[in-house]
Design a protein around this ligand. Structure first.
Ligand code: IPD
Ligand code: CA
Length: 291
């Protein structure tokens, strides 16, 4: 299997002097500030402002406000860096670094008042593509309960000052596995077929509704493993680094890195069993193609 994401080299042209701890501190302060906005500004009844990929893929006014705040802070503090955010246009940069922003991960939970949603802020070097970037620092801030996970490349992952370490499940059959489902009906139908292969072979499944938090739960051993088809760069950027820095293997199927085709995270050697199972189930097969 590929080397874990966290150990990837820096891209050519970027020197090793990048202060990843300063980037971690900035990611944390941005995620917490946006988190306070999201928490304090949540109306009693949240309205859907628009829908995106399907009728059940919502955007709220707060997704937009949170991202605007993050972008304004970055424009002031890191004007040379690029920005890739869920709710706005890509901003080009000159430094080789890109901030990858999810202003609310778990928007459906936010809409319904289910207490599992987060602000996710990461900074990566190289192309803003999870299969090719080198993640440098990131923070996932769980808005309702304040849990805040951070990681810096080579500097470990922590929550509340406590270093994080993945679990050591005895087998796939003993593993608690997090996953999630996309917004398109055709994708969900395939995901249900794959789930039917996975569920009888694991301890149990959790669908908590925020991929960034799922990845952080793997980092602290509150989930053993995680897999999902269809997540976006902003869902995985910070959480993927947190998981990798806590000792998780983070990758895709058939030798690929993590991507929207498939992202899998968890401790070796058990994660290898899950990868094999997902490969056998063709879990990365594009929807609409029959087997
Ligand atoms: C979603 C959440 C969810 C996952 C979906 C994502 P969003 O992100 O992370 O857990 O299953 O695939 O799209 O839309 O709430 O930012
Ligand atoms: Ca989002």
């Amino acid at each position: 299997m590929d080397e874990p994401t966290a150990t990837r080299d820096l891209p050519d042209g970027l020197d090793g002097d990048i202060d990843v701890e300063a980037l971690r501190a900035l990611a944390r302060s941005l995620a917490c500030e946006a988190g306070a906005l999201v928490r304090d500004g949540r109306p009693e009844r949240v309205e859907v402002a628009a829908t995106k990929s399907s009728a059940v893929d919502p955007v709220t006014a707060m997704d937009r406000a949170s991202e605007e705040l993050l972008r304004a802070r970055l424009a002031a503090e890191r004007p040379d860096d690029a920005i890739l955010g869920e709710e706005g246009d890509d901003v080009p940069g000159t430094s080789g670094l890109t901030w990858v922003l999810d202003p609310i991960d778990g928007t459906v939970n936010y809409l319904y008042g289910v207490a599992s949603y987060a602000v996710s802020v990461a900074v990566v070097a190289g192309p803003p593509d999870p299969e090719r970037w080198t993640a440098l620092a990131g923070c996932v801030h769980s808005v309702v309960d304040g849990r805040t996970w951070t990681a810096a490349r080579g500097g470990g992952a922590e929550r509340g000052g406590r270093a994080l370490r993945v679990s050591a499940p005895a087998s796939l059959a003993q593993s608690l596995v997090g996953t999630g489902f996309g917004y398109a009906a055709e994708r969900r139908a395939r995901q249900a077929e794959v789930l039917a292969d996975v569920l009888p072979r694991v301890r149990d499944i959790r669908r908590l509704g925020a991929a960034a938090i799922d990845l952080c739960l793997v980092a602290e051993g509150a989930l053993d493993l995680y897999y999902e088809r269809g997540i976006n760069s902003w869902d995985m950027a910070a959480g993927g680094l947190v998981a990798a820095e806590a000792g998780a293997w983070v990758g895709g199927l058939r030798g690929r890195g993590p991507s929207s085709a498939m992202t899998v995270a968890g401790p070796a050697p058990v994660v290898t069993e899950l990868v094999r199972l997902l490969e056998d189930a063709d879990a990365d097969r594009p929807e609409g193609l029959s087997d």
